[in-house]
Design a protein around this ligand. Structure first.
Ligand code: CA
Length: 219
């Protein structure tokens, strides 16, 4: 899952980036609110973690712009302004959740998983698909109760497909989920991961939809 982190504090930003990456997220990190607003107009991530006090453009203004143009992108606010008014303003501007600094990285990832669940219309913390189960917190996949070990990037693709059963994901979309904006992508990386997933999970688990990409059928 791809997170855009917008945070101007270098120490906090690098800690959050490292923590989220360790939890299986691909993280793009911007330090400036105006840059973030521009980037969001071009390409939306799966989740936005947004500081309120930012250079360039205030976090609340970035959030209001997003909602004004009808974006349903899930947003978690980070705020140092420990006042009730700021939190209320943030939630009323369309944030899904917030954390007051300083916060625990474990709590941040748990809240992001909760937001992803709500977005996917799930109450259960585990994603089920037939005999397959995926636990996003533990990053564990089982088939018929037996654990299947998968590399982190293959797991990220599986998670993205499981979040949207019946909806094809293009190779380009999968590449941004895996690598974000910055890193170079090996040209056949996605095919290699899909091949690996099919080998481990059964070849019919993931379908190739010609011209559209890859899809896990609705269970
Ligand atoms: Ca700040």
């Amino acid at each position: 899952m791809r997170v855009l982190l917008v945070e101007d504090d270098e120490l906090l930003g690098s800690a959050v980036q490292a923590g989220l990456e360790q939890s299986g997220y691909t993280v793009d990190w911007l330090r400036d609110g105006a840059h973030a607003a521009a980037a969001l107009q071009v390409d939306e991530p799966d989740l936005l973690v947004l500081d309120l006090g930012l250079p360039g453009r205030d976090g609340l203004a970035v959030l209001r712009d997003l909602r004004a143009r009808g974006s349903s992108l899930p947003v978690l606010l980070l705020t140092a302004r420990d006042t009730v008014e700021d939190r209320v303003a943030g939630l009323d501007a369309g944030a899904d959740d917030y954390l007051v600094k300083p916060f625990d990285l474990g709590e941040l990832t748990a809240r992001l998983r909760a937001i992803a669940r709500r977005r996917g219309g799930r109450a259960s913390p585990v994603i089920r698909h037939g005999d397959l189960e995926f636990d996003p917190a533990a990053r564990v996949v089982t088939v018929d109760g037996a654990q299947v070990s998968l590399p982190a990037r293959a797991l990220a693709i599986l998670e993205a497909l499981l979040e949207r059963p019946g909806m094809p994901l293009s190779r380009e979309r999968i590449e941004t989920i895996l690598y974000g904006w910055g890193e170079g992508v090996e040209s056949n990386a996605v095919e290699v991961h899909i091949h690996h997933l099919r080998k481990k999970l059964g070849k019919d688990r993931i379908r190739t939809i010609r011209g559209l990409g890859y899809m896990i059928p609705k269970a």
